[in-house]
Ligand binder design. Structure first.
Ligand SMILES: *Cc1c(COP(=O)(O)O)cnc(C)c1O
Length: 240
């Protein structure tokens, strides 16, 4: 047993170093994309998507200054983040089941998947009871894909206005996940246009492969998983 220890430690150190190195690369890409777009890089929040990765990966990123993390399953988020540094900000991304709303409100600083009235009801009840309202982003299904979460583009204006009336300042922006294999730029532009039409500032868009384009289109928040943590450790269903 003891003879294994140095090897285990060096593997852990390697994994930690790899996260730190990749994080630096992503920060450099973010800075270049902001410069190209003539934007202030500090106006763009890097959200590290840690789904499927363990706490040591999260700790490695946090240790080198990463503040925002995201998970797409409430249970996994609770296991990994219930006990966390006060300065760490936790986002929940993607489809959120209504029966997870209470746990989501209890644990998350930002919920990015508001997309239907029954979920809004459940979140409002939980926020009332728990006396806390996380930041909320409306997810827009810009590609109108039947299998994807998010409010349909045609219904977005009405839904967003309802959510603004209901949640006030807690409703801070919009989020989208463009269709796989499509040019994401028209989707980013659509989201930016809808946000502007509703006076919303927050635009969560762009992932590992396309966040430069999202920054060019005005993203205020990018969600980056693989480029920071490497390949996902298992494939996940799209449900929180
Ligand atoms: C997994 C995930 C990401 C991160 O994707 P990468 O391609 O790993 O950067 C971003 N947004 C959502 C909603 C996700 O589920």
């Amino acid at each position: 047993m003891l003879s294994n220890l140095p090897i285990m430690l060096s593997q852990t150190d390697d994994a930690t170093a790899a996260v730190a190195t990749r994080l630096q690369e992503v920060r450099a890409r973010l800075a270049r994309a902001a410069a190209t777009a003539g934007r202030d890089p500090t106006a763009i929040t890097l959200v590290a998507v840690s789904k499927t990765h363990n706490r040591s990966a999260v700790n490695a990123a946090f240790a080198v200054g990463q503040v925002h993390f995201a998970e797409n399953r409430v249970q996994e988020a609770m296991a990994k983040f219930t006990d966390r540094p006060a300065s760490l900000r936790l986002h929940l991304i993607g489809r959120l089941q209504t029966n997870k709303a209470r746990d989501a409100v209890a644990i998350a600083d930002v919920i990015e998947g508001l997309d239907r009235p029954d979920l809004a009801d459940a979140l409002a009840r939980a926020a009332d009871r728990l006396g806390r309202c996380p930041e909320l982003l409306v997810q827009v299904n810009t590609g109108a894909e039947p299998q994807k979460a998010g409010v349909a583009p045609a219904e977005a204006p009405g839904f967003i206005r309802d959510m603004q009336r209901r949640f006030g300042a807690c409703l801070t922006g919009l989020m989208c996940i463009p269709p796989v294999d499509a040019d994401p730029v028209p989707h980013f532009r659509t989201l930016a246009r809808i946000a502007a039409e509703h006076g919303l500032h927050g635009l969560s868009m762009g992932m590992s492969d396309d966040f430069e384009a999202a920054i060019a289109c005005g993203a205020t928040s990018i969600r980056v998983g693989r480029a920071i943590f490497g390949t996902r450790l298992r494939e996940l269903p799209a449900t929180a």
